[in-house]
Design a protein around this ligand. Structure first.
Ligand SMILES: [Zn+2]
Length: 558
């Protein structure tokens, strides 16, 4: 007797090859039959021609904090995600000494846009070491399957304390960090992650700790992973990080290296393609480099209280340390505005480059300004006969900095993004789920790839899209027996309607601890999600009393 049989279903098995039609049988937590099935089942579903695929493996999430109070990591499972990789970019919360908790929270608040109060109230700190963190997740249960990176910034903070974001490590500190990495790998970390991005700053604009590391330090971690003999390295690179230097790190370790965040910039349109070409050349030399690309435009909602959009600019680094009053004062200063304009006029690879036609007024505070909503800054300033930066800052100041703006920053050129998705050396990634909660929500990146890019724009077949979201990341991370619909594999599944699949518009909800707000997005055309054979999503959405069916993944194919 089967536990579940789904009949009349079109099967996208994750291999990228053609589909089949028939039934699928699940017993316990595994797939046990595919095709023509006669065996009876406790529950039978007639899919009526709908499609089924392996659950999505989201390889770039930041749920490390949220998962301690929300083991279901909403909204990802409702968007078809059955496995998440956490700890990207080196921003983990383990290991962490009790004395460093406040610093860790404040950094996360800034760099990943998580509400401070929610983190203060929400995080369960029943751990200090990385192994203790993994055990805590396992003991309390997890919604989806979870794999965790050992994060560079956490290692630095643990060993260097407040010096972590000030200087390079000494030899003794380096060997302590290597011991901690080894301990994390032994406890089942999936690899080592770091960032060098100028956009990654903690509280008051101080750089995240890993940005202070020398390449020598990174080489040491690569050597450690070589000794361990498994695991993946990931880095969010900075504007000046050379692919050649990352290749060096990959060749020392002999491990795959995932490079984020290859986002297309209209100001430097050749940059990501050059990176991908260099990544391809490195692959031909036997070094396993991959470029993380996103199928979503990078769109952010923000206010001038915390304008993440501008924080990659040099002129902004002293501003991030300022109090609210000082911030208002400097925003009104002519000399500051001039400085910012002049920096913006120089071509560079960064998230904002003065494309004022891509910044909109989303929500005003004062009724008298309501007519501005939905219009872009370029047009509004033209109409008023003033400079766009002046227009935006004046409006924000008039409204006590509460005006909500939306900016489409990168990855909006569909021709270019399409080429990046199709590139042989890219990996579909960068949902950033669990982070930037107040700025955007791309947790539905997988549904977007299937609906927008595959069905609507016909960039790739649905079979290919499914493979990129399932079997490809499973292979890259060495995740065993997942990512394909195959007899003997874990029953991570998504039932969907190919004609309707996609992600809906953004919605603002305040379900975080201490009533924190986040943006979320509903799934379209998703009829069911199963994690290890247990159903967590039905046609109307996430089942409120879903079982915590996920597993903490600790073993990976080397
Ligand atoms: Zn990230």
């Amino acid at each position: 007797m089967l536990d579940l049989r789904i009949d009349n279903v079109k099967i996208y098995d994750g291999s990228g090859k053609s589909t089949s039609f028939g039934s699928l049988g699940v017993r316990g937590r595994k797939i046990v039959a595919i095709g023509e099935i006669t065996e009876g089942a406790i529950e039978t579903i007639n899919a009526d021609g709908l499609a089924i695929m392996p659950g999505i493996i989201d390889n770039h999430t930041h749920y490390d904090a949220q998962i301690t109070w929300d083991p279901n990591v909403n909204p990802s499972p409702s968007l078809g995600v059955t496995t998440i990789i956490m700890g990207n970019c080196g921003f983990t919360i383990a290991p962490c000494r009790p004395k460093d908790r406040d610093l860790t929270i404040r950094n996360l608040t800034h760099v990943e846009g998580m509400p401070l109060k929610s983190l203060q109230v929400g995080i369960n700190w029943d751990f200090e070491s990385f192994p203790e963190y993994m055990n805590m997740l396992e003991d309390r249960g997890v919604g989806p399957n979870v794999a965790v990176f050992c994060g560079h910034s956490s290692l630095r903070t643990y060993v260097l304390g407040h010096d972590a974001h000030k200087r390079e490590a000494t030899r003794e500190e380096m060997s302590q960090m290597k011991r901690l990495l080894r301990e994390a790998m032994d406890a089942g970390a999936c690899g080592f992650s770091t960032t060098r991005s100028g956009q990654h700053n903690g509280e008051a604009g101080i750089p995240m700790p890993s940005r202070l590391a020398s390449f020598d330090e990174l080489r040491e971690f690569s050597r450690e992973l070589k000794d361990v003999g498994r695991g993946l390295l990931m880095m969010t690179k900075g504007g000046d990080t050379r692919i050649k230097d990352i290749e060096d790190l990959a060749s020392i370790s002999g491990r795959p290296y995932l490079i984020a965040a290859l986002l297309h910039s209209p100001i430097a349109p050749e940059k990501t393609f050059n990176d991908l070409t260099e990544i391809g050349a490195a692959q031909r030399r036997g070094n396993r480099l991959y470029g993380a690309v996103s199928p979503c435009p990078l769109t952010m909602e923000f206010t001038m209280h915390e304008p993440y959009t501008f924080e990659g600019l040099q002129v902004w680094s002293p501003v991030m340390k300022m109090t609210e009053d000082q911030l208002k004062k400097i925003l009104s200063k002519k000399s500051f505005r001039e400085k910012m304009r002049s920096e913006l006029s120089a071509r560079a690879y960064r998230i904002f480059n003065g494309e004022w036609d891509k910044v909109w007024v989303t929500q005003v505070k004062h009724k008298k300004n309501i007519h501005l909503e939905g219009q872009d800054i370029a047009r509004l300033s033209r109409r008023k006969g003033c400079d766009p930066l002046d227009f935006m800052f004046d409006l924000a100041l008039e409204e006590d900095l509460d005006t909500v703006f939306t900016a489409t920053l990168m990855n909006s050129d569909e021709q270019a993004v399409g080429e990046m998705i199709k590139n042989d050396h890219s990996v579909i990634s960068l949902s950033d789920a669990g982070a930037h909660l107040t700025f955007f929500c791309d947790a539905g990146y997988g549904l977007h790839l299937m609906g927008h890019w595959s069905r609507d724009l016909k960039l790739l077949s649905l079979s290919e899209a499914v493979k990129k979201l399932t079997a490809d990341p499973a292979k890259l991370f060495g995740i065993k027996d997942r990512g394909q619909i195959k007899i003997g594999n874990w029953a991570d599944l998504m039932l969907f309607d190919p004609a309707k699949v996609g992600r809906g518009g953004l919605e603002r909800v305040n379900d975080l601890p201490a009533e924190g707000t986040r943006l979320t997005t509903p799934a379209l055309g998703v009829h069911g999600v199963w994690i290890n054979g247990q159903r967590v999503v039905c046609p109307s959405g996430f089942l409120p009393n879903s079982p915590l069916a996920g597993m903490v993944l600790r073993e990976f194919d080397a």
